[in-house]
Write a protein that binds this ligand. Sequence first.
Ligand code: AMP
Length: 633
Amino acid sequence: MANKIIGIDLGTTNSCVAYMMGDKSEVIANAEGNRTTPSIVYIKGDELLVGELAKRKAILEPKNVIYEVKRFIGKQYKEVKKEADAMPYDTKEGKDGGVLIVVDGKEYKPEQISAFILQKIKEDAEKFLGNAVTQAVITVPAYFNDSQRNATKAAGEIAGLKVERIINEPTAASLTYGESAHKEEKVVVYDLGGGTFDVTVLEIGDGAYQVLATAGDTMLGGANFDEKIIDRLVAGFKAKEDIDLADNAMAMQRIKDEAEKAKKQLSQTETVEISIPFITVGPDGQPRNLMETLSRAKFEEMSKDLIAAAKKPLEAALKDSGLKTGDINEVILVGGSTRMPWVKTQIKDVFGKEPKSTVNPDESVAMGAAIQGGIIQGDVSDILLLDVTPLSLAVEVEGGLAHVMIPRNTTIPAKKSNIYTTAQDGQAAVTIHVTQGERSMARDNKSLGNFNLDGIPAHMKRGQPQIEVTFDIDANGILHVTAEEKSTGKKQNVTIQGATGISDDEIEAAKADAEKFAEEDKKKKELIETKNRLETMVYQMEDLQTQYGDKVDVADKEAMQKLIDEAIEIKAKDEMDKETLDKEIERFSTEFQTLAQKYHAVAAEQPNESDMIDDNADDDGTVEAEVVDADDK
Ligand code: AMP
């Protein structure tokens, strides 16, 4: 099979990957057999676990388990300090103002952590597809700004993936929806995930997908609803027991898990009993339990600010699209958090109709990304996708104003030029400050970066230089800027990296780091698999010994026992390289085979019992080791 461009939904909470099988997109199950993978990473020394296995470590080693990094990717530390402080793992501000995650003294950028997740996804996809995977389409919330898009792209590159395209999650979901819808429709994609919220209005028809408007909130998602429950549980416990659990990382992790579980249950039932036994020990040395009953009505009341916050982008996107609620044919739900019953109520309130549930909210984004991969590869034709840029792009001008070059919801790719000039006589250089956002003052918007255009002739008076600034947004929604002084032809090209960008050198270094982890991981897995072979052998030796030990010669029985004891001893050793272990296994295997033949000979005389050993031995008596999944160890 030719190499496929896979589609990846790199979610805040869970990630999903899909590929094109013929003209249909299909989800790829991970190595554990699940269709989504928790976006969680565990790092300890040179051990790296991703997904379900990393999640399991959260209670015992909360400082080594990193989750929800999507909230920090491409963000400045000061923008997300509150969220970062609330994480059980350590974070700090990087030199460039970005977020750094600190694990056992080592610092990681959010894009590196995301790269670890992508690396697992890549490996699992390779295993599933049976060939190398080197290209991907990765999705981002529609409302992601330029820095967040660049950082996501960098994460892909660190993981060894050529990122063919960054596409918006709701747009991807609409491609999946469009796989089975053929009529002309105006649809709203309501995408509430683990950490972000997006609303996109699209017109679909005849293979054309035109995004009309998008709006969102990159800080609103399922985790905010979990926090409401967490806060209530902590406050309730404090009131009842006079014990503050906030600084007890292990207790907080258990509360977090239970809060999320309770929230999910409230999507099904009207009330939920939350019970966490032995959450802590009281001053009397006695264990304390946390018990609480929560009703759906109470939960919705506690979350009413969040529910109200969700309505804003919905109204904004509709307004920007120029459509009325009555024009909308369907509302498509995407993201696990749309399972909360208030979502349906809100949609019914606004549109007067129930949302559609034809697409799987957890999988449709990855499936749509795979379709986009198919389009790029040329396997899927007759689809035209026209997306928009979510936020206005501007240049800072005199008085600190943001002069908009490309307004939000402009169809991309897009290119726009404008002429600017100097504010003073003899000004030799200008600084071009690029911002993204809807506020009128540049400083209130997201700063994407500054660059200088120098060499302006000194004799020029204020207002004389003609500085043409060009903004070019590519299909990924990523901005490229050029500036040219027309009289001298002096030009400056910049790809805006964002205030917290990662340089090419840093990407290369991070890539080497990620590969090192993969190498270590591979070695560790091989060692575990080898140990498993030894374990299987021990099991078989013991089995023979139990059944026939008393029937063979005493010398053989003793020899077998010696072999068993040695093997157990070797198995228990932590420090052993694979080569030594391989040699030992070979020795055990040879000695065991010789002995096993004698046992088999005895067994053959007692046909009734022989069945039990043949299961594990080939005709020649060789023991076929069952390789236990390394992850089970
Ligand atoms: P996603 O990033 O799309 O995978 O969304 C994950 C988010 O959906 C997490 O915050 C989950 O807690 C949330 N979620 C998943 N299932 C449910 C459910 N049945 N009810 C409420 N929230 C859910």
